[in-house]
Design a binder for this molecule. Structure first.
Ligand code: F6R
Length: 616
């Protein structure tokens, strides 16, 4: 949440920062602002609303030229999303400008203290306290902005990435990081700071991952990283394996459409290089030994939102293939229920961004209790993989649309690889069985591509149903989490009431919601004869149809048994039951995307949301 960019170099800092903010706007779009040092003075501009408002303001009041600048796009936590609370914030003397991602938990006490010493704070934000603290610490630190930042950081509780620029140090940007993302982009005669590499990918693909509690002093020709105590810090260099085209819309109207279309490649890339010729899986990012994995006697998956739904699906495969009991828990609930964790518990944290605070806190809790943690993550250089015992990266490429699509499908694939690997080393799966499942997985990109080619009727249906007040989703087995996911997508994108149910639960209450014309999507498990659940779901269809529901049935090609109970059938290719979610999710993604657009909403940036949720 909140996007941050800093630049020092020979280019126009404003241009670099604004372009970077454009790529980070998915992280928050309540307001945006920039600060430069121009002719020994701070030049700032900030505006509530999307980046376009800031662009318009800058066109009206140009800031002047500078090679040093910082910029921010905000997802509001403290204070309404207005101009006054937009970042950057400055001190009483307008010497230092600060931008921030995160929450400073002790800001009220700090603010009272600062006001007691005569500082005038003009916003409602927690961030502004930092500008005034820096104002005090800068002279005490011998006019060394990095040292001032270290001193201030030591006084802050909570989560923060901070960037600051000072009129006395026009060729420096200083950053601090605790619990929120910050990466350094390494250029030639220029350097970058950002919440996410997407912000500087057009300039460099070489990056540095900052650790916890570190301060970075950025100049055009140097990057100095220290701990909050001033000691030299270790940092990890990495190379980004995607380029600028991956972070652009590439001719699609929305990032979400592009990302839906990229799903075949995302699945293929996530599978790439994982299978040896002898059927053994290679998960080389696993820093846990096979012996340690053999000891595992319980798996707990922690995740939020769509990633949680991926976890719910993975549970079926994990228990089936490994016979290890598996629980799936919302990250935000996990540590508050005092879960039973031991050295032989494997906690699997699923996260596209690698920065979700609820999941980060859940994994920290797990590690404190000595459990082992495996991250399944799409973002190299992010916090959660760094703090985990092992990582399996999904290779979906950058996901920019706020609603997760390719991230979701690749999370399922990655979880399945982990399950197969565990099955392999524990002897619950033989090499030939693994090869056969991996072969089925390798068929999925083509099948996903063929589903994508048949989506026009789904789009037409969304346009037809655009005035519906409620849409329900039902499924059984792995189709149940897909029903939950279909409902989540519709809620977040189309802002309409939508709920997902286990089809067998309908008769225990939710069936009372069914009345004439209520659209119900039903995900039918494998074709008749291949799953005992098929006929049960068909019975559920009959029950709701008898009560007036308009049924939209997602079923395998050739499953004519569903036709009598369907107002509309969306056909998907046949696949093993556990792999069906990779296909059945797609019509629901497309439906939600089209519904949002038909209702006139911003598909990529739905209201009140942000891509990377770095607050609890
Ligand atoms: C919904 C969506 C969110 C995320 C959730 C977790 O479309 O994208 O529900 O899945 O915020 O995010 P990550 O995977 O980054 O931890």
């Amino acid at each position: 949440m909140c996007g941050i960019v800093g630049y020092v170099g020979q280019q126009s800092a404003l241009d670099v920062v604004m372009a970077g903010l454009g790529r980070l706007e998915y992280r928050g779009y309540d307001s945006a602002g920039v600060a430069l040092v121009v002719d020994g003075k701070l030049a700032t501009e900030k505006r509530a609303g999307k980046l376009a408002n800031l662009q318009a303001a800058l066109a009206e009041h140009p800031l002047g030229a500078s090679g040093t600048g910082i910029g921010h796009t905000r997802w509001a936590t403290h204070g309404a999303p207005n101009d006054r609370n937009a970042h950057p914030h400055v001190d009483c003397t307008r010497s230092v400008a600060v931008i921030h991602n995160g929450i400073i938990e002790n800001f009220a006490a700090l603010r009272a203290e600062l006001e007691g010493r005569g500082h005038e704070l003009v916003s409602d934000t927690d961030t502004e306290t930092v500008a005034h603290l820096l104002e005090e610490e800068y002279p005490r630190s011998g006019n060394d902005l990095a040292e001032a930042m270290r001193r201030v950081s030591r006084r802050l509780d909570g989560a923060f990435t901070l960037l600051a620029t000072h009129v006395d140090a026009p060729d420096v940007v200083v950053g601090a990081r605790r619990n929120s993302p910050l990466v350094v982009g390494l250029g030639q005669g220029e350097n970058f700071l950002a919440s996410d590499v997407a912000a500087f990918i057009e300039h460099t693909r070489d990056a540095l991952e900052l650790g916890q509690d570190q301060v970075v002093e950025l100049r055009s020709d140097s990057v100095v990283v220290t701990g909050f105590d001033g000691s030299p810090a270790e940092v990890r260099e990495f190379h980004v394996d995607w380029d600028v085209s991956a972070a652009e819309k590439g001719g699609y109207d929305y990032f979400m459409l592009k990302e839906i279309a990229e799903q075949p490649a995302a699945i293929a890339d996530t599978l790439l290089g994982r299978l040896e010729s002898d059927g053994r899986l290679r998960l080389d990012e696993m820093r846990l030994s096979d012996d340690e994995l053999r000891e595992i006697d319980k798996i707990i998956i922690v995740a939020c939102g769509t990633a949680f739904h991926a976890g719910l699906i993975a549970k079926y495969a994990i228990e089936h293939w490994t016979r290890i009991p598996c629980e799936v828990e919302l990250s935000s609930e996990f540590r508050y229920r005092d879960p039973v964790l031991t050295r032989t518990t494997l906690v699997v944290a699923i996260t596209q961004s690698g920065e979700t605070m609820d999941t980060l806190m859940a994994l920290r809790h797990a590690r404190e209790q000595r459990a082992r943690v495996l991250a399944i993550c799409n973002t190299n250089g992010s916090t959660i993989p760094r703090e985990s015992d092992a990582v399996l990266y999904t290779h979906a490429g950058p996901e920019v649309a706020v609603a997760s699509t390719k991230g979701f499908l690749t999370q399922i694939v990655a979880c399945y690889l982990v399950a197969l690997y565990l099955g392999q080393i524990r002897g619950t799966k033989f090499g030939d069985e693994i090869t056969s499942v991996v072969r089925d997985l390798r068929d999925m990109p083509d099948k996903v591509a063929s589903v994508l080619e048949t989506m026009e009727p789904v789009r037409a249906l969304a346009r037809e149903l655009r005035d519906a007040t409620s849409v329900l989703f039902i499924g059984r087995h792995v189709g149940y989490p897909i029903a939950l996911e279909g409902a989540l997508k519709l809620k977040e994108l189309a802002y309409m009431h939508a709920e997902g149910f286990a089809a067998g639960e309908l008769k225990h209450g939710p069936i009372a919601l069914i009345e004439d014309g209520v659209p119900v999507f039903a995900v039918v498990p494998a074709a008749k004869g291949r799953s005992v659940l098929h006929d049960k779901l068909v019975s559920n269809l009959q029950e709701i149809r008898a009560r007036g529901a308009r049924t939209v049935v997602i079923a395998e090609e050739g499953d004519t048994a569903v036709e009598p109970y369907a107002d509309q059938v969306i056909w998907i290719p046949s696949a093993p039951s556990l792999l069906q979610p990779l296909l059945s999710a797609i019509p629901l993604q497309v439906f939600a995307c089209e519904m949002a657009s038909a209702r006139g909403h911003d598909v990529d940036q739905p209201r009140n949301l942000a891509k990377s949720v770095t607050v609890e």
